[in-house]
Design a protein around this ligand. Structure first.
Ligand code: AMP
Length: 217
């Protein structure tokens, strides 16, 4: 069983790599960003609160995210392992994830730090598109990530849209949040000998190949 985490600035490529890993290794991908966006879609009071935080580029409170994640792990725990896309994003979340997995006699096996410079991530964020239904990621600019038909998801045929937090202003806030709150996780996992640094400025294929070389083909 493999449990995998990504530590990555916004739009560094974690969602795209998580999708590829999910397909190749038959793991369960859990994107906390997608789970939270699902709640936003319901139009509930909680969803409105989450939307506000996402548009501001700040983290949603641990008291909201952690129970949502825990519920999803319990539901999807079929023994294959998980890819956590966007969780943990601070030390408290990392400690809680260790506890949740320990209760299931499980642990984190690999932590990939997808390293990319600010300008590259900003461009990727402003060009990113996503399927409204299944969450698959596309790009306005990268040929490898363009949908076959404009505006339509290749996988499920639903509409592709631009997320409200994928703009220059929110990107800056999200990046600052990443540096202040999420980057300390690099040391946390380095100390546990779980951290692998990957150059995520490279092409999608090259990044995936570096990850495969570590996990095993
Ligand atoms: P993502 O889809 O991973 O880029 O996340 C989009 C937004 O959802 C973030 O900017 C946060 O506002 C929120 N979010 C996603 N995952 C988390 C998390 N683990 N903790 C707190 N907020 C999160």
């Amino acid at each position: 069983m493999k449990n995998i985490i990504f530590i990555a600035a916004p739009a560094a490529g974690k969602g795209t790599q998580a999708e590829l890993l999910e397909k190749k290794y038959h793991l369960n991908k859990i994107s906390t960003g997608d789970l939270l966006r699902e709640e936003v879609k319901t139009g509930s009071e909680l969803g409105k609160k989450i939307h506000d935080m996402q548009v501001k580029g700040v983290l949603v409170d641990d008291s909201i995210v952690i129970p949502v994640l825990e519920k999803r792990i319990e539901k999807d725990n079929k023994g294959e392992g998980f890819i956590f896309d966007g969780f943990p994003r601070n030390i408290n979340q990392a400690e809680k994830l260790d506890d949740i997995l320990e209760k299931l006699n499980n642990k984190i096996n690999y932590v990939f730090h997808l390293d990319v410079d600010y300008d590259t991530a900003m461009k990727r964020s402003c060009g990113r598109l996503q399927c409204k239904k299944c969450g698959k990621i596309y790009s306005k600019y990268l040929d490898a990530l363009k949908p076959k038909t404009d505006g339509i998801c290749d996988d499920c045929g639903n509409e592709i849209y631009q997320r409200s937090d994928d703009n220059e202003e929110t990107f800056k806030e999200r990046y600052n949040t990443y540096v202040a709150t999420t980057e300390p996780l690099i040391k946390y996992y380095k100390d546990k000998n779980l951290l692998y640094k990957i150059d995520s400025g490279k092409s999608i294929k090259e990044v995936f190949s570096s990850i495969e070389n570590i996990i095993g083909k």
